[in-house]
Design a protein around this ligand. Structure first.
Ligand code: NCD
Length: 302
């Protein structure tokens, strides 16, 4: 099974990942070694920069007892003109699971036709980031009882158009939960597919209404010409006075990296959970790798 588009995951699968991640999290203090991935190799193949996604996949695989190989584009034969498909075919010979991040939104859809190893989409351009959405959902569920609450209200702040993390999480929340989703967006960053007059706000005045506030940075790399105006107008600073207005029990999330949109002075406020998102990424990715290995070994018992 691949994880390419969030739309391809059903509720049963998502619930199984949430439960398994919870189990891994509860056992994490025991520092218990797992041998679930013994003999398996995960390939981290990142054509765009990454800190959390690549490292957490590596830690997750190693926690399960598996190996990790890391592809370095700048030192690879792509520099001699090798095509990306040949590169991926080659990597698939050395590995059992491929984690791919690439700026081309459409490339990921071609991969299952050319390699027969499970593939995980770790970000395809500005389009999707399904495993981040799963870890975001897990983080929300650790703080808010989303399974029994009547409606979850969430405010997405920032670059709505280009944030793949937002696109994937919005899909999950709209499909499986009763969610009231609102957007507060940077100039030139509106997403016409998601936003309309009824779900768009232009200040933090009503921030006390939301259970979750999810901030993102301006995705500079998606602009051909990034004017000084866009940059300076894209600082919807969340500082202590904004966090203080959030409702008790609500949470402030960010997929990170941040630029200037959240003042580090609020980092230790209990509402700020972006560092928990980082940690939860390990458990959710352990759960994803575990499910893939279970399916591999079911198919090929010897
Ligand atoms: C995000 C990404 O790469 O899409 N980061 C992440 O994976 N944790 C967000 C971003 O780059 O702004």
């Amino acid at each position: 099974m691949n994880i390419i588009h969030i739309q391809e995951l059903d509720f049963e699968y998502i619930a199984s990942i949430m439960n398994k991640a919870c189990e891994f999290k509860n056992n994490s203090t025991k520092k218990q070694p797992y041998n679930i991935a013994n003999g398996y190799t995960l390939a981290n193949v990142f054509f765009e920069p990454s800190t959390r996604t690549s490292l957490s996949f590596e830690v997750a695989m190693k926690n399960l007892g598996g190996h990790v190989i890391t592809f370095h584009n700048d030192a690879s034969s792509t520099k001699k003109g090798e095509s990306i498909l040949d590169t991926l075919k080659t990597i698939s010979v050395y590995s059992d699971i491929i984690v791919l991040r690439h700026h081309d939104c459409d490339l990921i859809d071609q991969i299952p036709d050319i390699i027969n190893k499970p593939i995980i989409n770790a970000g395809n351009g500005s389009s999707e980031h399904p495993t981040q959405a799963l870890l975001d959902l897990f983080t929300i569920s650790q703080h808010i009882d989303i399974y029994s609450m009547r409606q979850l209200s969430i405010l997405f702040v920032g670059d709505i158009k280009h944030s793949r993390t937002i696109h994937s999480l919005v899909y999950l929340l709209n499909s499986f939960f009763n969610s009231d989703i609102q957007y507060y967006c940077y100039p030139f960053c509106c997403d016409d597919n998601l936003m309309n007059n009824n779900n768009t706000v232009s200040s933090f005045d009503n921030i006390h209404n939301f259970d979750v506030v999810y901030s993102t940075r301006l995705q500079n790399e998606r602009f051909d010409n990034l004017s000084h105006d866009i940059k300076t107008q894209s600082n919807l600073l969340i500082n202590q006075s904004v966090v203080d207005k959030m409702k008790p029990g609500s949470i402030l999330m960010h997929p990170l990296p941040r630029n200037h949109e959240i003042d580090p002075e609020v980092d230790n406020d209990p509402k700020c959970v972006y560092f928990s998102q980082i940690e939860n990424g390990i458990y959710v990715r352990m759960a994803i790798i575990h499910s893939m290995i279970e399916q591999c070994s079911a198919k090929c018992p010897f």
